[in-house]
Every structure is written in structure tokens, then in C-alpha cells.
Design a protein around this ligand. Structure first.
Ligand code: AMP
Ligand code: ZN
Length: 465
């Protein structure tokens, strides 16, 4: 299996350290507002990663965190904590806000048929462990204390700029604000923040003699250490994480634990909406609920995401989503055709060879599709092979569902007994050339979501939506 490793900027052959198990960590969402489709796109790509790893026969041990504390409005340790802001706006407590949006996030996660992580780690459950890491970093001389908190001195970690290929001199020159007393170097970051007298901050823990809370980057280093142990095999996140968040995770973990944090780093690209960056001020923060309100399934969205490669920029439009919906409907109707062919074969066994491609061709096709996934998760190429395949069996679609989690079979139920009866009646009416009755039954079936096609082999049904 080949994966593009941000650490080396190369396509590399992937093998886990333990021949049977893969240790993975995925940076999770900040749970202070409704997740939008840009947030979910990332988890769709990582779902494909997990399914491909499993397809290779490895067991996957994946931890996903929920940032329910300490994420400030900017990556530069400035601004109001996002959760505190969310709570102030909604009149709820920060704990209620975090719980509510965690549940919302997980609801969408399930609607997208994403594989369950082995563990969902809430940052607030790791405060004591965070404090241990901070203390270790203090004891090892990697930090300095300011009025505002405990800062990681990035000049103490010579490899700091390596991961993101940062030009620290240029960063310094381009900095908009002069360095204050708080921060000695532009790239230094808070690992622990002190709550200032008079400052309202509901999430607070006593440490070093004062109330405070962890810096955002710390939780991932801590959770990986507690739950998986360094080095993990794969760490995933959005490309926005490369220059700051992941760079800081690497610096913290190397300094605290003297070990490499992760062997592979995978980063997915960003999604725009109709050519614009997703932002609240532009009013284009589309949610999974919006997708459903437009009459689409979250799984249409999942298919749309997988039509692109995780490293390419994607532009979402409703027209693009409609095209993905049409593709998924087409695949479901190929399942409908396969299930009708299976049924007919049962009734007429001489015919059973004709309806499906032969086993050897199917085995070859499976190998070709999976080879695309093993080539740095090339789902667009895999999808083209699916489109090009003819006479696919139900077993074929079962395998496709396992690799992509698109719920194709679940969303393609055999017609109910009532529909079956109407189909039979319509067949009889047409055979008897009673076209008025046959048309009436066709309309009735259409209203129930089924289309009728008259083919040389007889009447077949399809899903209309
Ligand atoms: P947040 O909850 O703001 O920390 O967002 C979680 C993660 O979602 C971000 O760090 C990104 O990696 C990812 N993300 C946010 N916006 C987008 C987007 N427009 N396209 C793709 N991924 C995004
Ligand atoms: Zn992280």
C-alpha cells in the first residue's frame, strides 16, 4: 500500500510496525458550533483510509479526539476561547455547548456511515495527563513562564521548522504584531494558559498554583501518549494543521517522550463552496442537515467527496452534489438489476450464466479497484472502474460497500409485498394489452418510488430516487 507521507514529501510503501495492527490518530473537531461539510470531508477521506487498511488485512486501532477545551479563535494563542464564546452567545454553559455539539458531530458521523474509532477521546478527560506532560517539559527545560501561561520555547527544539519546511526568519519578518513580553519567538506556543484575575473562563483547573487550562496543541500529544504510545503508524489531519498544530504536536512529543510521534502523516486538502472559502461571514457553512433539506442523502455527499482525491482541492456546488446523487442512484439501480437477475436465475437455471460477468473477470476487477485504493487512496480511479464494469453481481456490490461505506445495499431494499403485487398486476395487464390499466399501475408505482422499464427480457423495475 502506497501513501503520500507529509513527513518525507514522498509516496512511500506503508507497513505497520506491528504486522497485524495499525495505530492511527485523527485530529478531531472543535465542538463549539455545528460541523460543516468541510469538516466532514476530512473524516470521509479517513474512513476510506481505514477501510483500505482493513481491506489489506490489518486491524486498525484508531483514536479520534474531540476538542472540548482550550481552542482559541486563532492558532496564535490569541482571542477568546471558541467554546467560551459559543456558550456566551447561546446562554448555555461551556459543558452544555461541548456536549451538544459533540452529539451533533457524532450524529453526522453515523449518518455518513463512517467506521467507529476504537476510542473517542474527549480532551477534558485528559487534563491530569496534560499537566504531567507540561511538568515534564518544564523539568526538561523546554519552557518559559509568562503572565499568560507556560510557553514552549521552539528554539530549544532545533528540528522545529523541518516538518512544515517553515522559514522562521520570514515568519518573523511577516508577523503583524510585534512580539510581546509573552512570547519570545514567533513560533513559540502556549502549552498551558493561566486564567487572569477577573477573566471569565468556566473550564478551569488548578495547576502551578493558579487556575488555568491546557493549550490546544497539547491534547493530541497527550492522548496519543496515553492511548496509543509513540510512535504511531499514521497521523491524519487537514492541510491547515501542517504549519502550526502538527508542527507543535511533533515538538511537544519529541521533547517530552524522546520518541518520534508518528511514522506517516496524511493531510487532506480543503473544500470550498461555489469557489469561496467556507466561513460564517459568507453564510456558506453548509451542514449535513442542509444537504438533507435539499432532498439528498448524506451518503450522496460522501460519494461526492470520494469522487475527488483527498489531496486535491474540492469545490462543492449543489449541481455537483446532484451529479453525485445521480451516480449513486445509477449504482443502486445496478443493484436492483442484479437482484432481479438473481431472482430470475433462481426460476430459470439455464439462463443463470448470462446475467453476470464470470467469476474470473470479477476477481480481476476487484483486484484492479483495490489496487487503485492501495495507490494513495485513488478513489476517483476506483470509481471509474466501477462505472465501466458490466453485469455486476450482488456480491460485487457487497464488496464495494465494504470498501467505500456508501450504504448502497442498505438503501436498495427489495420492493415490499405490496409493490411486488402491483408489479405482477402490471405485467399481467400489459401482457393482456390492457394499456389503460398498465399505465395506471405504472403511475401508482412511480408515486411509490419505482420506475418500470419494458425490455426484450420483460418488465424490470428501478428506483426513482
Ligand atoms: P475545527 O473544528 O475548526 O478545528 O475543524 C476541524 C478540522 O476540519 C480543521 O482543522 C480542518 O482540518 C477541517 N476543515 C475545516 N474547514 C475545512 C474545509 N473547508 N475543508 C476541509 N477541511 C476543513
Ligand atoms: Zn491534533
Amino acid at each position: 500500500m502506497k501513501l503520500y507521507n507529509t513527513l518525507t514529501r514522498k509516496l512511500e510503501n506503508f507497513r505497520p510496525q506491528d504486522p497485524e495492527n495499525v495505530k492511527i490518530y485523527t485530529c478531531g473537531p472543535t465542538v463549539y458550533s455545528m460541523p460543516h461539510i468541510g469538516n466532514y470531508a476530512a473524516y470521509v477521506y479517513w474512513d476510506l483510509l481505514l477501510r483500505t487498511l482493513e481491506g489489506n488485512g490489518w486491524k486498525v486501532n484508531r483514536v479520534l479526539n474531540l476538542t472540548d477545551v482550550g481552542h482559541l479563535s486563532s492558532d496564535a494563542d490569541e482571542g477568546e476561547d471558541k467554546l467560551e464564546k459559543g456558550a456566551r452567545k447561546s446562554g448555555k454553559t461551556v459543558w452544555e455547548v461541548a456536549e451538544y455539539y459533540s452529539m451533533q458531530f457524532l450524529e453526522g458521523y453515523h449518518a455518513l456511515n463512517l467506521l467507529e474509532p476504537a476510542k473517542i477521546a474527549r480532551a477534558t478527560d485528559y487534563i491530569a495527563a496534560d499537566q504531567k506532560v507540561v511538568q515534564t517539559l518544564i523539568d526538561k527545560g523546554y519552557t518559559y513562564e509568562t503572565q499568560d501561561g507556560i510557553y514552549y520555547d521552539t528554539t530549544k527544539f532545533p528540528a522545529y521548522a523541518d516538518f512544515a519546511h517553515l522559514d522562521l526568519e520570514q515568519l518573523k519578518a511577516g508577523a503583524r504584531v510585534a512580539l510581546s513580553d509573552e512570547k519570545r519567538h514567533i513560533s513559540d506556543f502556549a502549552i498551558w494558559k493561566f486564567i487572569q484575575p477577573g477573566e471569565k473562563h468556566a473550564m478551569r483547573w488548578d495547576f502551578l498554583g493558579r487556575p488555568g487550562y491546557p493549550g490546544w496543541h497539547l491534547e493530541c500529544s497527550t492522548i496519543i501518549h496515553e492511548e496509543l504510545g509513540e510512535p504511531i503508524d499514521i497521523h491524519t489531519g487537514g492541510i491547515d494543521h501542517i504549519p502550526i498544530h502538527h508542527t507543535n504536536e511533533i515538538a511537544q512529543s519529541a521533547a517530552a517522550f524522546d520518541r518520534q510521534l508518528s511514522r506517516f502523516w496524511l493531510h487532506c486538502n480543503f473544500l470550498t463552496v461555489a469557489g469561496e472559502k467556507i466561513s460564517k461571514s459568507l453564510g456558506n457553512t453548509i451542514t449535513l442537515q442542509d444537504i438533507q433539506d435539499h432532498g439528498f442523502s448524506p451518503l450522496d455527499f460522501k460519494l461526492w467527496v470520494l469522487q475527488g482525491h483527498y489531496q486535491s482541492e474540492r469545490d462543492f456546488t449543489w449541481e455537483n452534489l446532484a451529479a453525485a446523487h445521480a451516480r449513486r442512484l445509477n449504482w443502486r439501480n445496478r443493484i436492483a438489476r442484479a437482484s432481479q437477475a438473481t431472482e430470475q436465475n433462481g426460476q430459470n437455471s439455464q439462463n443463470s450464466q448470462k446475467a453476470f460477468m464470470d467469476k474470473a473477470a470479477e476477481t480481476k476487477l476487484f483486484a484492479a479497484i483495490f489496487a487503485e485504493l492501495n495507490q494513495n487512496l485513488n478513489s476517483p480511479a476506483a470509481f471509474a472502474l466501477i462505472d465501466g464494469a458490466d453485469l455486476t453481481s450482488l456480491a460485487f456490490w457487497q464488496q464495494i460497500d465494504e470498501w467505500f461505506g456508501l450504504g448502497l445495499l442498505d438503501d436498495s431494499p427489495v420492493p415490499s409485498a405490496e409493490v411486488q403485487t402491483l408489479l405482477k398486476q402490471r405485467e399481467v395487464a400489459r401482457a393482456a394489452k390492457d394499456y389503460a390499466e398498465s399505465d395506471r399501475l405504472r403511475d401508482k408505482l412511480a408515486a411509490m418510488g419505482f420506475a418500470i422499464l419494458d425490455t426484450p427480457e420483460g418488465q424490470i423495475w428501478q428506483y426513482l430516487k
